[in-house]
Write a protein that binds this ligand. Structure first.
Ligand code: NDP
Length: 253
């Protein structure tokens, strides 16, 4: 019989480490054509060697996002899955974190994802198919001290996702929120560094920040667990709105 097997195409942001890198490997191993983007190319050499397309990507730069989406479209002619994974935790007291840093975090965690969503939607609508996975956090549903700006960004990402889901449902597009709990990646160190930097020595929050920054969290989940969750979400017909891995849980593979 003559038929053409088209491989499904997945775009993954923040693929130079942690969950994004693990997801790029899992989707590639499962037969997807994967486009992996991040600001740092060097850590993605390993992905390139496995046949994954790696591209320099800064999600806060519209031209960079457009080049990423255009490359996939020009080479493959379709986009099946977009995983908005790039993000970081700019922790610190609400009073201490300056506005410029708070906005930078929103630029990555919210506006970066939103820009890529706007770029892929015309293609997904034309295909009458597509999955958009937004990697939020359990912090998209809960709160604790020193996370105000981070949680605000993840709550915003979730609200955007929930409204979008209703808008694009009839176009055959699923919008799925991933909510990891604490997971062993670079995230915690990045968050601690931001928190210490945002907090002057004389800050009334300094002692609280040092306790949090030096706390050993003993996260049990791994980047592979979350990648597995993403894969399950992307390959399930009629997926749930949220795939959550509670604090201390491991994915059931
Ligand atoms: P990592 O720090 O290991 O990975 C973050 C990735 O985001 C890196 O690849 C980084 O690449 C990328 N990134 C950051 N800024 C940008 C940018 N402007 N443009 C493109 N890529 C960017 O952490 P995780 O794997 O843990 O984080 C992945 C997601 O999971 C984040 O959204 C995070 O908020 C979320 N999360 C993490 C949890 C955890 O405990 N680890 C818990 C809940 C949610 P580069 O620097 O090369 O650009």
């Amino acid at each position: 019989e003559n038929f053409i097997m088209t491989k499904s195409v997945a775009l993954i942001t923040g693929a130079s480490s942690g969950m994004g890198k693990a997801a790029a490997i899992q989707f590639n191993n499962a037969g997807y054509t994967v486009y992996a983007g991040a600001r740092h190319m060097e850590p993605m050499t390993e992905l390139e060697q496995q046949g994954i397309h790696t591209m320099k990507l800064d999600v806060t730069d519209h031209d960079s996002n457009k080049a990423f989406v255009d490359a996939a479209l020009e080479n493959e002619g379709r986009i099946d899955v977009l995983i908005n994974n790039a993000g970081y935790g700019s922790m610190g007291a609400v009073e201490d974190v300056d506005q410029a840093e708070a906005k930078r975090q929103f630029d990555v965690n919210v506006f970066g994802a939103a820009d890529l969503i706007q770029l892929v939607l015309p293609t997904m609508r034309a295909q009458h198919a597509g999955k958009i996975l937004n990697n939020s956090s359990i912090g998209g549903q809960m709160y604790s001290p020193l996370g105000g700006w981070y949680y605000a960004s993840k709550h915003a990402l979730e609200a955007l996702s929930d409204s979008l889901r209703l808008e694009v449902k009839d176009f055959g597009i699923d919008v799925i929120i991933i909510e990891p709990g604490g997971t062993k990646t670079n995230w915690q160190q990045v968050a601690a560094d931001h928190m210490l930097e945002a907090t002057p020595k004389e800050s009334p929050y300094r002692q609280m920040v040092e306790i949090y920054a030096n706390a050993s969290m003993n996260f049990s989940a791994t980047a592979d667990d979350i990648a597995h969750l993403m894969f399950k979400a992307a390959t399930t017909v009629n997926p749930k709105t949220r795939y959550q891995l509670s604090w201390g849980d491991r994915a059931v593979v």
